[in-house]
Design a binder for this molecule. Structure first.
Ligand SMILES: Nc1ncnc2c1ncn2[C@@H]1O[C@H](COP(=O)(O)OP(=O)(O)OP(=O)(O)O)[C@@H](O)[C@H]1O
Ligand SMILES: [Mg+2]
Length: 244
């Protein structure tokens, strides 16, 4: 089976090689856990190392802020955009009532049909293989019933699966929920990874857990990860030696 390497140091081995082609993975975590960085790293590595064009759909942050954030890790998104390897779809500006000069953008307000159409057009034009939707909370907050959340996410996910796009749906969670906000998002995805921030000794520790991944065996352990000037790096779990 074809797998797409995330290129995030330490992660692909835990996934049995990478993320299965054509699947949707939900990436959940609290605010500040590194979800946006993870998403950009996945797209940057795909475009720069594997010649796999990517699409970043941003629902909350404006594209220029993301370009600036990526640069601090040495990821020049603008260069990739110029060569057609990366496309940013700006769904954040119109929601905030701000003008946008982005080529791919929702022009006024927000609606799911327009978003799906813009995504479809961008995929057709760029022959994208990877997509990140940051974040689905920006979509799901519009629906009051979990069943509506599930239906809308399923529609987008099914479209992406049909087009053989390997996508990450980023979801925010808080203390009270361990996997997703509405409690249904994980069911429409074939993969689920959570990024956790834990209080420890008066500070914060980060660890990552793979809950599921389609058609593959994967690590079932919590793995510590760090964010530094190269982005995210997953560390090996310390295994205790016998008799010690
Ligand atoms: N250059 C850097 N070096 C080390 N850590 C960094 C650096 N830049 C950002 N971080 C860490 O990454 C965090 C932000 O990561 P990111 O924006 O991906 O979080 P997020 O999960 O998307 O949050 P939100 O849900 O609020 O969007 C910061 O709070 C900080 O801890
Ligand atoms: Mg974010």
């Amino acid at each position: 089976m074809n797998k797409l390497r995330t290129g995030i140091p330490g992660l692909d081995d835990l996934l049995g090689g990478g993320i299965p082609a054509g699947s949707t993975t939900l990436l959940s975590g609290r605010s500040g856990s590194g979800k946006t960085i993870f998403g950009m790293q996945y797209l940057y590595n795909g475009a720069s190392q594997h010649d796999e064009p990517g699409i970043l759909v941003t629902l909350e942050a404006r594209p220029n802020d993301l370009r600036a954030e990526a640069l601090q890790f040495g990821w020049n998104l603008s260069d990739l955009e110029k060569s057609g390897k990366l496309t940013i779809i700006d769904a954040a500006s119109s929601k905030a009532g701000l003008p946008t000069s982005e080529k791919f953008a929702l022009k006024r307000g927000f609606d799911m049909e327009a978003l799906a159409e813009t995504i479809y057009n961008a995929i057709e034009e760029t022959k994208a293989k990877r997509l990140v939707l940051d974040s689905i909370s920006g979509l799901t907050l519009r629906f009051s019933e979990p069943s509506e959340v599930r239906r809308e996410l399923y529609r987008i996910s099914a479209l992406l699966n049909e087009l053989n796009i390997t996508s990450l749906f980023i979801g925010e969670i808080d203390d009270s929920s361990t996997q997703s906000r509405a409690g249904v998002e994980q069911f429409i995805a074939q993969g689920l990874i959570t990024l956790n921030l834990r209080e420890n000794d008066g500070g914060l520790d980060r660890d990552l857990l793979i809950w599921k991944m389609r058609l593959t065996s994967h690590s079932m352990k919590k793995h510590p990860y760090v964010i530094d000037d190269k982005g995210i790096q997953v560390k090996k779990t310390q295994t205790k030696k016998k008799n010690s």
